[in-house]
Ligand binder design. Structure first.
Ligand SMILES: [Zn+2]
Ligand SMILES: [Zn+2]
Length: 373
């Protein structure tokens, strides 16, 4: 569908269809196409949107529209050599500190806006500057894509890209124009070009900042770099914090190990001391028992029969001939020889014993005495 061009060229200047009076309809408009210079017919019906159409073969309608728009802005600047640009505020959302950020990460985490909002930072102040000269730039298809304005003080350049209302035609989102600071003018649906007079459009494009948006600028780049540096600082802080945490943890663990080792050592020493104590007590007990045994030998009645038998056999071996002296064992217990059963027995087990010479050790044991009776 051919877009309904609201712009035409008359007497060397751009006008809009709204500039015409009702009796200038049709061929009476005396207008030509701003692009191909072909004759125009002003269509000013009540039902259809007023617009210009070629009185013959139409040319590229987008090219004609864009040519007219840029030319209208340049005429506005000819009339009053100035241009208003909006403020630029930046909002930085931040990036997780766990990794090193790149400028692309930062770029993806910011939003640029033309008014002050919570947490935004002012990057560029709104301003109207005097224009020294301008130049319209066309893309490879010959369609105008930017007007380069030079300010009359510092002779800096500013590129301005126009985006027509979406109801007219869709053009791609403006990109930074080379290395020059770039602004886009987004003409919203409220830019009713079919009913706005050319002066209204000119004032809005030149003097108002509302529809303008910063695309690029060294100030914005500097702000992005500042955020990148800030992000690096956060990352460094994060690394340092992580390091401190690790060290503290290692220290804590080392402390715990040390305490554990000490506890083990104490336990070991305690065990050794306990063992020594037990050994010592054991020795004392043994000594005590030995001494007690020497001082208070068990009576023969308290000895086990195996013990008695052992001593008996020992005495038998020691004395093949019964001696004349009293026989005692190692601990001083008296033993006698039973003439009946021919066994050595403790005196307490003898029924009778004693006499002169070797009779001192001889007698009759209780057992043999019982058997006889
Ligand atoms: Zn044309
Ligand atoms: Zn006997």
């Amino acid at each position: 569908m051919e877009l309904k061009n609201p712009f035409a060229l008359r007497s060397g200047v751009i006008i809009t269809i709204a500039d015409l009076t009702p009796n200038e309809r049709g061929r009476n408009c005396k207008c030509i196409c701003p692009e191909c210079k072909g004759h125009f017919i002003a269509v000013m019906g009540k039902i259809r949107q007023p617009h210009f159409r070629h009185d013959g073969e139409p040319c590229d309608s987008v090219k004609a529209l864009m040519t007219a728009l840029y030319r209208l802005l340049s005429e506005a600047i000819n009339e009053r050599p100035c241009f208003a640009f909006p403020a630029c505020y930046g909002l930085y959302y931040g990036i997780p500190v766990q990794r090193q950020a790149t400028i692309e990460d930062v770029r993806a985490a910011v939003e640029l806006m033309d008014n002050d909002f919570e947490d935004t930072e002012l990057i560029i102040k709104a301003k109207t500057f005097g224009v020294e000269k301008y130049e319209i730039h066309r893309n490879t298809k010959g369609i105008p894509d930017a007007i380069l304005l030079t300010d009359n003080v510092k002779h800096h350049q500013l590129a301005v890209s126009l985006v027509p209302p979406p109801t007219f035609c869709k053009i791609s989102e403006p990109k930074p124009f080379q290395d020059i600071p770039t602004i886009a003018i987004h003409m919203g649906a409220d830019f009713d070009l079919h009913h706005m007079k050319s002066d209204e459009v000119k004032i809005r494009l030149r003097d108002k900042a509302d529809d303008k948006k910063w695309i690029s600028s060294p100030a914005i780049e500097a702000w992005l770099l500042k955020n990148l540096a800030r992000q690096h600082e956060y990352y460094e802080e994060h690394l340092a914090e992580e390091q401190t945490c690790k060290q503290a943890l290692a220290k804590e663990n080392a402390g715990r190990e040390k305490i554990h080792a000490k506890a083990m050592l104490l336990q070991d020493e305690q065990q050794k001391a306990d063992n020594a104590q037990i050994t010592h007590l054991h020795q004392i007990m043994t000594e005590y028992r030995n001494r007690k045994q020497i001082e208070h030998p068990l009576s023969a009645l308290q000895l086990a029969s195996e013990e008695l038998q052992k001593i008996s056999q020992m005495l038998e071996a020691k004395y093949p001939i019964i001696p004349n002296e009293m026989v005692v064992d190692d601990v001083g217990r008296r033993w006698c020889f039973c003439d009946t059963c021919h066994c050595w027995k403790p005196d307490v087990f003898m029924a009778s014993y004693g006499g002169i010479g070797d009779r001192v050790n001889r007698g009759l044991c209780s057992e043999c005495s019982r058997k006889q009776s």
